[in-house]
Write a protein that binds this ligand. Sequence first.
Ligand code: FAD
Length: 572
Amino acid sequence: DRTTCWLLGDQLNPDLDVLDRADDVLLIEAHGFADRKRYHAHKLTLVFSAMRHFRDDLRERGHDVTYVRAESFGEGLDEFFAERTTGENDGDGDDGGGPRLRLMRPASHGAGERLRELVAERGGTLELVDNELFWTTPADWREWAGDDDGDDDEPLLGDDGAAERTYRQEHWYRHVRRETGVLMDGDEPVGGEWNYDDLNQETPPDDWTPPGRPTFEPDELTRETHAWVRDRFDTWGNDALDGFRWPVTRGEAREALDRFVRDGLPAFGRYEDAMVGGEPFLSHSLLSPAINLGLLDPREPVRAVERAYEERGVEPGAYDPDDHGEAGGATTSLDEFGGGGTAVEDGAAEADEPAPVPLNAAEGFVRQVVGWREFMRHVYREAMPELADANQLDQERELPPAYWDGETDMRCLSEAVGHVREFGYAHHIERLMVLSNFALVYGVDPADVNEWFHLGFVDAYHWVTTPNVVAMGSFGTDVLSSKPYASSGNYVNRMSDHCADCRYAVSRTTGEGACPFNALYWDFLKENEETLRGTGRMGLMYSHVDKKGDEEWAAIRERADRVRELAEDGSL
Ligand code: FAD
């Protein structure tokens, strides 16, 4: 019997087993979702261009591809079914059961069941199979978590967002390292430690030049897609194609990976948490858009980094990118990665030999992918649907307008929002310690923050923003951390060069001109004392709270109120 492999827009990988086992392929480009909300123009361009390139790639590889453009999946299926049933009820005796489709289980909560119903309503059948584009399976997770009864009926989160049980990424990460053998030396982690984070908290010196973003010049199909996006949708952020340099094909994604492993990886660990004015990318891999679309299988970057460590590895911390000696400045000529010659260099110098890869860089990267990424996916599966609305601190404010227009004198916030507006991207620390930290201490409803991330980032999908934003960034639930990622301006000052040039004084908490983060932070701790005082590792913070007298609290409250007023008004 003929079986069609239906692939979604975030399953764009030509090497999937599920493709081998199918007779033909269905791709539905559904547009309705982008009519309802204002997405970043680059996000829409990226997803639709990648789908269209993937269609062409599959056809070149000999697949029979039906590509439908429609308002919704329902309408797309109508079109596919109309074509298929006319084509198939042709007297060959195989017209009884309606089309048979097979789909890798979508990452989004409940989507598999919804799509199965849509297909059934039209007289077809949809078989859901494991999603190959994650390294670990739900069964792997259950085995680790010890939920052997497989009982998914009990909600993990209560109405107040508090979790029935909690999960810790570090434990999961070690388990996956052991199971996959990544960076393992028998039963022991390579180098003897699981985690080298203490080496990964430095900021670069002023004269350090980041390796340069590998950029992919939009081709005709991307340009056409972008023009259509601009014409068709009401979008947010930079809608010119200027800054759009994301990989849109598997070939480009692999090239981006090669470039990162060669140039970005050596300093990845050391400067992983740093923020530098005017430098949105630093040594980050910029691979999340490609991985989340399926253009890269998450095993690929991990194995590539592991190989690079085998070939170029040095002791933790043994390579210093500030040392402009022989091995430093590890950037490269693109000719060596050539391919179609589509990539162009973004202002990086050349060097012959790639720099060494210190273990803290390789381990740090591996942890992001097999630790955090896989972990978040499973926490999402387990904690939905309650996770989407979890709000244990009862935060209710709306996002201040600065998140939309970037207009604020707070340098850290205007830089981070500026990166999102310009590129649909901000790196991890900007996301966590500026964008979501500010929303947290300011008091924004986690679901609103989640939507903002979802609309604005090129790598955002519900399964990945929701645990990151609602649980990790907004502390809507304690399912994955026992304390909120809340901090005063001190953290930003320590990890960036923003504060020196900021209109606000990071050294002051109260009065006009004091850093808004400071009063909001203390006010947040005071406001949420009942929930936070007893939790996890908050003891030290509350010992500081306890030392403040009434007068100080009154000044803090006054400044926090004033900051909220200015922010609401768009004049912070
Ligand atoms: P790198 O710093 O180079 O990291 C390497 C890879 O690790 C990433 O490409 C990504 O695949 C993976 N990774 C690292 N941390 C996480 C994580 N916490 N969850 C999932 N994957 C991770 N990631 C998204 O892919 N989409 C999002 O919409 C998203 N929203 C976020 C919102 C908030 C508030 C926070 C705190 C984190 C969010 N993340 C999201 C996770 C992380 O910030 C991004 O994956 C990362 O910044 C992407 O840039 P990069 O590829 O240069 O990452």
